[in-house]
Design a protein. Structure first.
Length: 115
């Protein structure tokens, strides 16, 4: 009886342990940071990053932007100022002299638009 109880206990413990170690990644998971300001507005469901702003999504990585606005409702990201974009190992840099341009990206898509 003790052997059966011990065997069932071990199976249960190892089964729960292996289940707990499985990590489910959200495809639209965002990682972000900024030097000057990270403003999370829960009413508008937006995140504003100012000063050397960085954002990483499942498809793109934006680095060193002057400003990034993330709209959680429309799932849209707008990147302002000089920035670096990394996609699938390739890098695109926007030079600082073109600060009037902005980049628009829809979270989850594989296309970004420069306006």
């Amino acid at each position: 009886m003790k052997k059966i109880f011990l065997t069932l206990s071990l199976i249960l413990v190892f089964g729960i342990n292996s289940y707990a170690q499985e990590e489910v990644k959200n495809e639209n998971e965002l990682t972000y940071s900024a030097d000057e300001l990270v403003n999370i507005n829960s009413n508008k469901e937006t995140i504003t990053l100012i000063g050397n702003a960085n954002l990483k999504t499942s498809v793109f990585e934006f680095q060193n932007a002057d400003k990034i606005i993330i709209d959680k409702v429309s799932k849209e990201v707008i990147v302002y100022g000089a920035y670096k974009v990394i996609m699938n190992g390739g890098t695109i840099q926007e030079t600082p002299k073109l600060k009037k341009n902005q980049l628009r990206y829809k979270i989850g898509e594989s296309v970004a638009y420069i306006e």
